[in-house]
Design a protein around this ligand. Sequence first.
Ligand SMILES: [Zn+2]
Length: 312
Amino acid sequence: MSSVLTEKRFQDETAAFVYVEARVWPHGRVCPHCGVVDQSGALKGASNRIGLYKCYACRKPFTVKVGTIFESSHVQLHIWLQAMHLVCSSKKGISANQLHRTLGVTLKTAWFMGHRIREAMRDGGLSPLGGGGGTVEIDETVQGRIEGAPKPKNIKGGRSGYRNVALTLVERGGSARSFHVTGTTIAELKPVILANVAREAQIMTDQAAWYPEIGAEFASHDTVNHAKDEYVRREADKLVTTNTVEGYYSIFKRGMKGIYQHCVEKHLHRYLAEFDLRYSNRARLGVNDVARADRALKGIVGKRLTYQTTAN
Ligand SMILES: [Zn+2]
């Protein structure tokens, strides 16, 4: 068995373009300027860049990189594919420093690539979890201090206020979806949960004060009492536990602590997207590293990030 990184798309720039084009344009080559399909021709010749086409409708040139996370990047596409493979196949993530050393790009470039790849991994507008009566476990955790917020002397009431809060929904045997929320009030959590979980779902949570009202919106709501050391309760027709979402957080926490270390709060949603994509496309669901990187590749379109929006 040879290293996956010896495959042609990771080594050869033309092969990388062919690979990305097949995924971005599965139904024909789309002009990113005017939107027409299959009305363009390759511009060949020594002076032309790899993967350059000219649209017959609007007369403008384009490559598959236009309008994607790769646009205006000086990094070669096959190096981008290596980076995406590394991010998608590393369970706890991969640091900018590691990408810098492995890929031979500058640290600053590696950091920017990491953020763009995370942006590609961000999923939008998906159907709700727990459709057809599936079980959805819901929990929240704190991750890092809110910038500039002083640590309160008395934090009795308070996960909210000075630390960033992540809310995660995990369908058992399925996907995870996480959100950076401003706090754990019902007003904050309820709209997010209602928008992302099907009403026919069976909800499982711990006994936090905000869940009874939210849980009443769903087919059923069961809780485990962590304060009394109850983590799993077997009932006639169901297993009441939040161990699945806790398992998600244990990977997330180990990654954020061990790999990323510093996460500025404005980037938290991107890190959550990264862990969500890997979790939702995990090996246990039959998704291998290559297929997982392909899922991320499908998300490159329309996710262009400028340097200004990610600086710091
Ligand atoms: Zn055009």
